[in-house]
Design a protein around this ligand. Sequence first.
Ligand code: 6PG
Length: 229
Amino acid sequence: MDRQVIRTKNFAVDAAQFILDQAHNALGERNEFRLALSGGNTPAPVYTRLAAIGHDLPWDLTRITFGDERCVPPDDRQSNFRMAWETLLAPAAVPEKSILRMRGEIDPQTAAQEYQDQLDFLAAQRGEPIYRHDLILLGLGDDGHTASLFPGTAALDETIRRVVANFVPKLDAWRLTFTLPLINHARHICFLVGAAKNADLIGRVLEGDPQFPASRVNPSAGEVTWIIG
Ligand code: 6PG
């Protein structure tokens, strides 16, 4: 695993430029850009900036997926899709056919299976055993979770499925999430971590402390970049 750590005072600007550069690389090599968005609050200004600088991107050649989703309707304030829609997808006029939304509004198990089936179909079109993202964006929770892979939850131990429904006791809520097999199959992973995140936590994850799910992101044939505000 090749890894780089970028610390920046211009978090949104530099992170958006990084994503745009990755897009141009992928489009140049494969005429497609497979991007998985992360949720929570940190990415919002990055997506807003990306919508502003990415106006000349061929969004019809981009495939937008979501690394995880809350089990709520897409118009719910908690929805990662809603956040992405308001900051990036609508402002950049990303065509609907380029967006693969996790349906948080239906039964979690059904939604996870449906999403995995959709990724498998797209992978098969390219003769791939597992869908390979060009870039997966990830966040870092205060407990070291990433996507919706929370410490001590069942999804962390998944070794076969690519997308699962994961019950999170501390939230008393279901989540939909990529699993480590899917995440670690990506060409490039980028952690977006805001300035307010605990520096000790970041350091321990970067050192590979296994108690934190984020430490288990280790692509077999990919690169990892940390952009820290
Ligand atoms: C989610 C995210 C989650 C997030 C971290 C950090 O659905 O909440 O996917 O993994 O990235 O919890 O969230 P903040 O950016 O809000 O700190």
